[in-house]
Design a protein around this ligand. Sequence first.
Ligand code: NAD
Length: 351
Amino acid sequence: MIDNKYAAVIVGFGGMGNWHREILADFENIFCAGTFDISLDRQEVASQLGLHAFASLNEVLEDEKIDIIVIATPNDVHKEIALKAMNAGKNVVCEKPVTLSSKDLQDMIDCANKNEVMFTVHQNRRWDEDFLTMKRIYDEGVLGEIFNIESRVHGSRGIPGDWRGTKEQGGGMILDWGVHILDQILLMVPEKVKSVYAKLYHVTNEEVDDGFKIILTFEFGKTALMEVGTSNFISLPRWYMQGINGTAVIDDFGCTGKIVNIQNYEKREVIPVKTAAGLTKTMAPRTDDTISEGTLSVVNADIHDFYKNVAAYIAGNVDHTFVKHNELLRCMKLMEAVFESDLKNQVVLFE
Ligand code: NAD
């Protein structure tokens, strides 16, 4: 601690490391006491920002005033740094994906328990307003019983040309965006996942997946389709959810979207409509008197809650971190089932 504030050091001061610096600047009881990066350029950037650039990880870990290590390096070195930090008695906030396998994650959890330190992961997309808005629609039963949820993140720039494109460093979209959208769906649907089917794509990169489709089937039959694409020049909506009484759509991270509910079940009889080459009753559009259309009531969120919880946990004011070890393990095991399903081209039974 320095001046009664928790002192955090950011290890790996690239894009996301700097993001942590910016968010910590908004806090009064926790602050960024410096950085360590293996790149001299990034050390220089840190110095120019007025931060203390530690000369080595050991120097950080030997400094008794440092309370928290924030790990924002490429994915393959999270485990090694986290173990060293926790064995030195430091609390750890690790970037996602926490590591590359459930076995490695178990080692990290065991290390946290042995040293009685905080170990949590920045699964920050739990605070996405589009997710929280869809979760509220789910929780409030606005659509009646839900039978299908679709969650998509589409871009068109391929996989970035840095470490994200290499298997050795834990690249690929399952480990990048997959962890976020799987984490969200596991929080939304409080049921066991019975089975997983996944197809990974390699449009711009042979070594790691640059997109995927996953279908989860839950205990009571509902399905979730999850997609990430990096070669999607036209994006599909961020969320699409179907219940027996209606459908909700959220187009983008900005939460534009709508809900359509059925109003009059009796008016099911329809006059067939003519399409170019035929007649259809099934697909005849609904008439306005049988449905109602509503706007979304957006749930507001504040990502500062993540570090507020971290500080409260270290102070002993709350008994758990928001992102819990059992949730991390479940999500990591699910990602392993996704890889297995793709490899075997088979449905994999899960829980
Ligand atoms: P980046 O390449 O911009 O930065 C990584 C930095 O780590 C680099 O400066 C590199 O020099 C440094 N580094 C590499 N090995 C190191 C080591 N052994 N010790 C110290 N420094 C080391 O990558 P990024 O986009 O900032 O991603 C970093 C992490 O953050 C990844 O785990 C990534 O998945 C995660 N991330 C999370 C989010 C999110 O929203 N939660 C968003 C982007 C990235």
